[in-house]
Design a protein around this ligand. Structure first.
Ligand SMILES: [Zn+2]
Length: 404
């Protein structure tokens, strides 16, 4: 039960009950479509008249559409209801340190178009390039209504000012990104941290976590971000900074981190950490043997994965070391929060067969609470950040309304 927030509450009006029931019905159709009105009555427990009134309203607002007519043994044959998936389009933008991905999705979260570009070096260039692309896409589909833009960022957004405040791996400074993008495009903009976007993606679209109300996403890339959904709700904390487990100190004498601190979890378990382990093992091998033909050009994490897949022992050892530290941080999450599921997201899941046992073994050694947390890799669906940021915009219609 939630304590009533006397600084921010909403009293129940005569529309409240209908709003709640309407959202329940919308979600039932989304999940089990196609459904007849009789199915909706059975699944919701609502009376026929209530179901009928709400369905008519959802159809008139174009949230639902009527489809094929079903079979009935006697009486009127039922008309099936579907979610009107193309009622509105949502733009999802995933900003990563080097590449920015963009997609236009419908209400079912299906991508209607997708593209990517090098991440602009400044927020100014970002706003103008994105606005230009959005205008082109909107022109291509002039009959579609546009719901808004969700932006996934490798940093944190201050909840009250909506300013982008903490992004050690991107190099942008505090910026009014939301306001500027809204002004330029004329659409509502929501900013969200990328790990939170990953958690939302698993929560709304993930398959293996159906029914989980407590789910944590560990987004592993150049850094490590953690997105937490506890009791069915994204945890942001009062300022929007909750979840920065990647910057919790594992060793105060450890290597320097992009945040300014030393020995943070991400310094040991991110993609950059694995590349550092590989480089270190390479130079120590070179010290042993004077002739080493190995080139020392900048290796990417994808290259490292490829090397490991091809049987390179040092690449495998680097990945194993990264996995060991992923396990250490994950055991902190299992012990401290005991969620039903922890989902690892990122390129490293390509090596899941190799790293899963290392991670679970470390968690077994480190966490003595015996919490039954499933640790999995994110599903095969591409672009979890994009899908999650689209889910963030969708939540406004499909999430539970806030009252009291
Ligand atoms: Zn740090």
């Amino acid at each position: 039960m939630r304590k009533i927030d006397l600084n921010n509450f909403q009293v129940a009006t005569s529309e409240t009950a209908r709003d709640i029931n309407s959202r329940i019905m919308l979600n039932l159709v989304r999940k089990h479509q196609p459904l007849s009105r009789a199915d909706l009555m059975r699944r919701s427990g609502l009376q026929r008249s209530t179901v009928s009134v709400i369905t008519e309203q959802l159809i008139s607002e174009q949230w639902l559409r009527e489809g094929a007519v079903g079979q009935a043994l006697r009486g009127r044959r039922p008309t099936f209801l579907h979610l009107n998936e193309n009622r509105a389009g949502i733009f999802g933008i995933n900003v990563r340190p080097f590449t920015t991905h963009m997609a236009l999705a419908n209400l079912a979260g299906h991508f209607l178009s997708q593209e990517s570009m090098p991440t602009p070096s400044s927020p100014d260039a970002f706003v103008s390039q994105i606005t230009e692309r959005i205008r082109v896409l909107m022109k291509e589909r002039p009959h579609m209504a546009y719901e808004g833009i969700g932006v996934s960022l490798p940093g944190r957004v201050d909840l009250s000012s909506q300013k982008f405040v903490f992004a050690p791996n991107l190099g942008w400074h505090v910026e009014d990104l939301k306001e500027r993008l809204e002004k330029a495009t004329g659409l509502a903009v929501d900013l969200e941290n990328e790990a939170n976007a990953c958690a939302l993606s698993e929560f709304w679209f993930g398959h293996h976590n159906d029914g989980a109300r407590n789910l944590i996403a560990v987004a592993v890339s150049e850094g490590i971000g953690v997105g937490m959904i506890l009791n069915g709700q994204l945890v942001r904390g009062p300022s929007g900074l909750a979840g920065e487990f990647g910057h919790v100190t594992l060793d105060e004498n450890g290597p320097k981190c992009g945040c300014g601190n030393h020995g943070c979890w991400e310094v040991y378990a991110s993609n950059s950490a694995a590349l550092r382990y590989y480089a270190q093992s390479k130079s120590s091998a070179r010290n042993g043997k004077t002739k080493n033909p190995a080139h020392s050009q900048a290796l990417t994490f994808d290259d490292l994965l490829q090397l490991a897949e091809n049987g390179d022992l040092r690449a495998r050892a680097a990945l194993d070391q990264m996995a060991h530290y992923l396990g250490k941080g994950i055991s902190m999450l299992v012990t401290g929060l005991a969620p039903e599921a922890i989902v690892v997201v990122g390129e490293v899941t390509r090596a899941w067969d190799r790293i899963a046992t290392i991670i679970t073994d470390v968690v077994k050694q480190r966490s003595y609470t015996h919490a039954k947390t499933r640790i999995t890799a994110s599903g095969p669906a591409p672009q979890p950040r994009l899908r999650g940021i689209i889910a963030l915009v969708l939540q406004k219609h499909f999430g539970a309304p806030t009252i009291a």
